[in-house]
Ligand binder design. Sequence first.
Ligand SMILES: Nc1ncnc2c1ncn2[C@@H]1O[C@H](COP(=O)(O)OP(=O)(O)OP(=O)(O)O)[C@@H](O)[C@H]1O
Length: 299
Amino acid sequence: MVIRTEGLSFSFGSQQVVKALSLQVPEGSIYGFLGPNGAGKTTTIKMLLNLLQTDEGSIFVFEKELQTNRVAILSQIGSLIEQPAIYAHMSGRENLVNRAMLLGVKDERVDEMLALVKLSNAAGKKAGQYSLGMKQRLGIALALLSDPKLLILDEPTNGLDPNGIIEIRELLVRLTRDHNKTVFISSHLLAEIERMATHVGIINNGELLFQGSVKDLEAISQPQVYIETDNTVDAANLLKRNNYEVVDINHENLIVPFTSKKQMGELNALLNQNGITVFAINKQHKDLENLFLAITKSN
Ligand SMILES: Nc1ncnc2c1ncn2[C@@H]1O[C@H](COP(=O)(O)OP(=O)(O)OP(=O)(O)O)[C@@H](O)[C@H]1O
């Protein structure tokens, strides 16, 4: 395991915000650390980076205890928490050259990093003029300069447009696939993470509710069929009479557990044959909020 915590806890005053967390982050994984705002993600990350002292429990990084191997461990971690520390009046390249000098890293590494995060063409532009996505990628390039084995990113896709999210996703996949890195990335949006993550930990109110591979998660997260019609109530009654389970109904749509594509066709035909107009019928995975409920219920 690249990161392993045992019974990790933390309180701000009387409020316990991290509760007996036992994380297991395998080498080479993209580990999505998921939870709603205030769940305790940033606090956990700060403990992993030794920016906050743990109250209870222990942290092992690269199978070494953090407190007693601080310098050796932290020199192998690149991180990005909140806004990247970028000088707005300097170009992307100057930001990297400056940091390379501080770290004693060779200048060639600057161009390598620019290419890796796809900022070579914008290298001469002032970083203050970069888009949010470009700033995040520059932040990641800065974090990678010293060639760390582990990258810890706190909500790097926050506020990015879909293109920006895709670029970060592709970068992180390249880093693990071609450059032997392990990536620990937090987010409050499952949808942003599930396409790149290999492993997931879900935290809520400081407690780890789920941890495992994305396949394990998909097994819990049963897909559902969303059906939008011109008469939701009649549609729901019709489906119930025909032995379909209607798990949720509101004035816009109703939801039936997904079993197969064939079933979707049958649902559509049944509704049409009974004079109900179907505006939309589609398969969706439960969103994070519903998934939380499903996970807490099954515990
Ligand atoms: N410096 C602080 N002093 C007191 N309470 C704090 C402090 N920092 C965070 N908290 C509280 O700790 C809890 C966990 O916060 P944390 O920032 O770790 O959550 P998070 O999952 O990272 O959420 P977000 O996505 O909003 O950053 C919250 O209830 C928050 O209000």
